[in-house]
Design a protein around this ligand. Structure first.
Ligand SMILES: Cc1cc2nc3c(=O)[nH]c(=O)nc-3n(C[C@H](O)[C@H](O)[C@H](O)COP(=O)(O)O)c2cc1C
Length: 165
């Protein structure tokens, strides 16, 4: 099933590009708009890593740039984050907290190096306040080696079906 443009918005944060590449692929499959959440703080290098890890572990907020799109205009929001300290990244936490409207359906995806994503996905659902229509959990290595097609196709199929419900 094809969906008409602008019914879905893919929102993501990415520090080193892995989550971005998945977000771009999802947006292209859904003909969706794409919103990159940009943190105002410099997160490069060891110091950037340490600050990000602390914010992830402690569930803290951070400062982000004003988004381009209003999520309330969309039927489906697909939100993607890297796992930081077994939690979501602080820019995505901040984005969700600053957009309290929950009219639309939501789906989550995350990329991670190795440890379980269970806590991240649970926390995303808790923060959003409603269960997602689908979740996608990917390892960085699989994304880089382009071994995600099957999982990605399954995720996209569920999202497309959710427009018919
Ligand atoms: C501060 C920080 C904390 C991280 N914590 C975890 C973690 O707890 N578990 C894990 O599997 N990967 C962890 N990672 C690895 C990232 O989740 C992984 O590399 C991700 O794919 C990076 O996405 P990005 O390139 O879009 O930023 C961490 C990375 C950073 C920068």
């Amino acid at each position: 099933m094809d969906i008409s443009p602008n019914r879905a918005l893919v929102v993501y944060y990415s520090r080193t590009g892995t989550t971005r590449s998945v977000a771009e692929e999802i947006a292209s499959c859904l003909a969706a708009d794409l919103e990159e959440v940009k943190a105002t703080r410099d997160r490069r290098g060891l110091w950037g890593w340490l600050v990000s890890a602390k914010e992830g572990v402690l569930g803290q907020l951070t400062s982000i740039q004003a988004p381009k799109y209003d999520p309330a205009d969309y039927e489906l929001l697909v939100i993607g984050t890297p796992v930081w300290g077994e939690n979501m990244s602080s820019p995505i936490r901040t984005y969700i907290k600053s957009h309290p409207t929950r009219f639309q359906k939501v789906a989550f995806f995350c990329t991670r190096q190795g440890s379980s994503s269970g806590k991240t996905l649970k926390e995303l659902e808790r923060l959003w306040g409603k269960p997602p229509v689908a979740v996608l959990d990917l390892k960085e290595k699989e994304v880089k080696e382009r071994r995600i097609k099957e999982e990605l196709d399954r995720f996209i199929d569920v999202l497309k079906e959710s427009f018919g419900r």
